[in-house]
Structures are given as structure tokens and as C-alpha cells.
Write a protein of this length. Structure first.
Length: 320
């Protein structure tokens, strides 16, 4: 797969006349589909299309898409439904299955826009109930993680402390954190500029005092060289950008040290729940903090925080 820089620097592929070979036209559809997207979406959709190619037993995403498009609506939907079933059989989460199906639907929609096909995919997403556990390790759990890091003075501990502080104090998603470059951090102004989920422009956030201090300590040992803010210390990828998977491993190991199960999104959950506690359930204020587009998501956090279901269950049980 060609890198994003080379793709995004080109204009969108010109659609040939209908007399051109459809195979030749379709050979550029994957590149056109991926071009212009932000780095995280580009990588995610690229991986999704490669997974689809492996499912079909072909080597490239281009070949997989050609097979999807060339036999008409019925065959395309049958292929997509079979892929959906295979993803579920593999035990993948609903969010992963739905993202991969969304990639296929979006690609076919683009092909229809270019008059390559006259149909869309009708395969449905998997129903799921996100945010069932919205509490995370809680404030006390985060305090245990920070205390554990305080016992160490190595470079990795300084990096991990800055990472935990960003994930919790600002409620960042791990993808937002690992995408940061040093240039996004302005310690003098006390701000950090992040590219939020589904956004195309960066948003500048104010750093609380403890968060700024942790970042200053990390940058002082990291150095002022341009590049990723968070660097990997693993032997195989030392000096490269810390990945989302690496963040999950860092937190898992740190959690084991204090007897907790800790996941990256759990820190965000903990932060949002704590924010609701501290603002007496002010959803409007917390929505600014969490950057959720839909305030109904925060209603789920608030319900779980107060355990309304449990309160009603107790009243029902006590009145038998």
C-alpha cells in the first residue's frame, strides 16, 4: 500500500469514460477511497481492506474490491454478508465488525458515485450496547497508577506518567494521544492541540497544572527533536512512535503492578465519570470536556454513575 503522503498529494483520480476498461478504472478506486483521510482513518480503513482481501484469499485490497464490484448487487451483498458472518465467527467486537463493514459500504458508495456500479451494499451493522461499563478504574485506581510510577525515576516512567495524565486529566482517547507530535505541545502557553475522533482540524486544549508538569518532565528527557511526542522503548521499535497497542500493553503491565485491570479507554471512562461527579451531573459542561458529539452518550455515563437500575431493583426487592 502506498503511503498517505504520496496519495494525498495527488488530486482525486479522474474517472474515465464508460468505454474504458472497468478493470482499469477500478484499479484506482482503493487509492482514491483512502486519499485525503486523516492518518488514523487512513491506517484503519487500509487494514480493514487488507483483512477483507485475506478473507477472499487474494493478495491485495485492489483485487478484493474488484471481486466485490464486478458481479453485481446480489453477489456483492452475498459476499459482504459472508464476510460479516466470518468476522463474528472470529469473535471480533461489534465496533470492529461495524467499522470493517462501513469501509466496504463507503467504498461501494464511492464506486457508484463514479458510475462504476449502480448499486450500494445493504449489509447491516451488528447491534451492540457500548458503554456498558463506563466507570473504569476510578479516581482511586488512577491514583494507584500514579503512585506506582512515582516509585520509579527512569525515562519510561516519565513517559508513562505523562501518558496516564493526558489520558485521564483530559479524557483523551489513546489514538488522540499517540498521534501527538512534539509540535502539538506548547508548554509555555500550557496547551496541547489534538486531532479528535472524526475531526479534520486540530483542537487546542488547556493543560491542567499536574498534566503540564508531567509533560515537562517527559520532554526534559525526551529532548526537543521534532517527531512523535511519545516514543517507544521496545527493542524492536525503539525511538519510533508509540502505538495504540503499545499503550494498551503499558497500562496492562502498570495495572498488574497495583492489582487492577486497566485499559486505555478505561482511563477516559474514569475521567468522564469523575467529571460528572465533580459537576453534579452537569452534562453540558462535561460534554465540552469529553468532546462527545451526542450528549445521550453522557446520559449513559450518568445513569451508570448513579446506578439508577440498582436503586430501583433494591426498592422492588425490599417491597416483596
Amino acid at each position: 500500500m502506498k503511503d498517505k503522503t504520496s496519495m494525498s498529494s495527488r488530486s482525486l483520480a479522474v474517472v474515465p469514460k464508460r468505454s474504458s476498461s472497468l478493470a482499469a478504472v477500478r484499479s484506482s478506486i482503493v487509492e482514491t477511497f483512502l486519499s485525503g483521510r486523516n492518518r488514523r482513518t487512513f491506517e484503519a480503513y487500509g487494514q480493514d481492506l487488507q483483512d477483507f482481501a485475506r478473507h477472499l484469499g487474494v493478495k491485495t485490497a485492489d483485487e478484493a474490491v474488484r471481486q466485490l464490484l464486478e458481479h453485481g448487487k446480489g453477489a456483492a451483498n452475498a459476499t459482504a454478508h459472508a464476510y460479516r458472518a466470518a468476522l463474528l465467527d472470529r469473535g471480533l467486537s461489534p465496533s470492529t465488525v461495524n467499522r470493517r463493514l462501513a469501509a466496504l459500504r463507503s467504498l461501494v458508495k464511492l464506486a457508484r458515485l463514479f458510475n462504476l456500479v449502480d448499486f450500494t451494499l445493504d449489509v447491516e451493522s451488528v447491534k451492540s450496547k457500548p458503554y456498558r461499563d463506563t466507570r473504569g478504574p476510578g479516581r482511586s485506581g488512577v491514583r494507584l497508577l500514579l503512585d506506582e510510577l512515582d516509585r520509579r525515576s527512569d525515562m519510561k516512567a516519565k513517559r508513562d506518567r505523562a501518558l496516564v495524565r493526558l489520558l485521564y486529566d483530559l479524557g483523551l482517547r489513546r489514538g488522540e494521544a499517540v498521534a501527538l507530535d512534539l509540535v502539538d505541545l506548547d508548554l509555555k502557553a500550557g496547551t496541547v492541540s489534538i486531532l479528535g475522533k472524526g475531526r479534520t482540524e486540530k483542537e487546542t486544549l488547556t493543560l491542567p497544572g499536574p498534566t503540564k508538569s508531567a509533560l515537562e518532565a517527559w520532554v526534559s528527557v525526551r529532548g526537543m527533536e521534532d517527531g512523535p511526542l511519545f516514543l517507544n522503548f521496545d527493542r524492536a521499535s525503539k525511538g519510533q512512535r508509540l502505538t495504540g497497542r503499545s499503550v494498551a500493553r503499558v497500562l496492562a503491565v502498570l495495572g498488574d503492578a497495583v492489582g487492577l485491570t486497566v485499559r486505555p479507554h478505561g482511563l477516559r471512562h474514569a475521567a468522564i465519570t469523575e467529571a460528572l461527579d465533580l459537576t453534579n451531573g452537569n452534562v453540558r459542561m462535561v460534554q465540552k470536556f469529553s468532546r462527545h458529539r451526542d450528549s445521550r452518550v453522557l446520559a449513559l455515563y450518568d445513569d451508570n454513575r448513579q446506578d439508577f437500575g440498582g436503586e430501583v431493583a433494591r426498592k422492588v426487592a425490599e417491597n416483596v
